[in-house]
Design a protein around this ligand. Structure first.
Ligand SMILES: Cc1cc2nc3c(=O)[nH]c(=O)nc-3n(C[C@H](O)[C@H](O)[C@H](O)COP(=O)(O)O)c2cc1C
Length: 225
């Protein structure tokens, strides 16, 4: 797949077919993605790729936790913590409204929203999840840039295999459960999850193309005139 096409067509997929993703395909995607750059070639990433019963157990554990303790699926990862009036919160609300409209979920329907979040903590039904970790010995912040580059690389490479992805902070909201069943040792920090599988194109929310700010409102050009 052409790189421009990949960047332009990648979108978050929140409805998957049940078909399993072959291990060789997942391996190839990660092998290729490891060409991603990192500061001083430090390659701070480590992966746990989970399918089958182990993933089922994580999904069930996440739902149980969500039902018992709740939680903000975006805690500390995206716009949470910003004032509700901020442009970041506005964009976040907009994307949720887009999803809600397409799946027929009313804004004030608390039960439906809970159900949606329960789907989220179950990786939206994806047959596989990739957990990206870093060693706890590394500094907290700097490797996150490398990890971000890696995550986008995986999502783009996956497209070449007809796969869809959803980067999910909510997928690592209960790291103890993930760690236990994905076999991730205590010495590793679980940063993010990627739900991965073959997209169910009949699922309405997969049609969403999220908006972006016009480039000129976020870019300063100097020295061209
Ligand atoms: C760091 C990060 C965390 C995210 N966490 C979630 C999540 O927990 N649940 C979810 O449904 N989408 C999550 N997303 C997907 C974003 O909502 C999505 O990327 C954004 O709305 C832009 O849409 P697009 O991916 O379709 O272009 C996350 C994306 C990123 C980059």
């Amino acid at each position: 797949m052409d790189i421009i096409e990949a960047v332009k067509t990648r979108r978050s997929i929140r409805g998957f077919k049940k078909d399993p993703v072959p291990k060789e395909v997942l391996r190839e995607i990660l092998e290729i993605s490891c060409r991603a750059p990192s500061g001083s070639n430090s390659q701070p990433w480590e992966f746990a790729v989970v399918v089958g019963e182990a993933l089922q157990t994580i999904k069930a554990g996440n739902v149980e936790m969500y039902r018992s303790v709740g939680g903000d699926p975006y805690a500390g990862r995206t716009s949470s913590g910003n004032s509700p009036e901020s442009v970041y919160s506005k964009r976040s609300t907009e994307v949720m409204a887009l999803v809600s409209d397409l799946i027929g979920m009313k804004r004030d329907d608390v039960e439906a929203r809970k159900k949606w979040r329960e789907k989220g903590v179950q990786y939206f039904g994806a047959p596989a999840a990739i957990f990206i970790c870093v060693d706890r010995a590394l500094p907290e912040v700097i490797p996150l840039i490398d990890i971000g580059i890696m995550i986008q690389t995986i999502c783009l490479v996956a497209l070449n295999y007809g796969l869809g992805t959803c980067i999910q902070g909510q997928g690592v909201m209960y790291p103890k459960i993930v760690a236990e069943h994905a076999g991730i040792p205590r010495s590793k920090r679980i940063i993010m999850s990627i739900a991965i599988g073959y997209p169910d194109w009949d699922f309405p929310a997969n049609a969403i193309v999220t908006p972006r700010e016009p480039l000129d409102s976020i870019t300063t050009w100097k020295g061209f005139e």
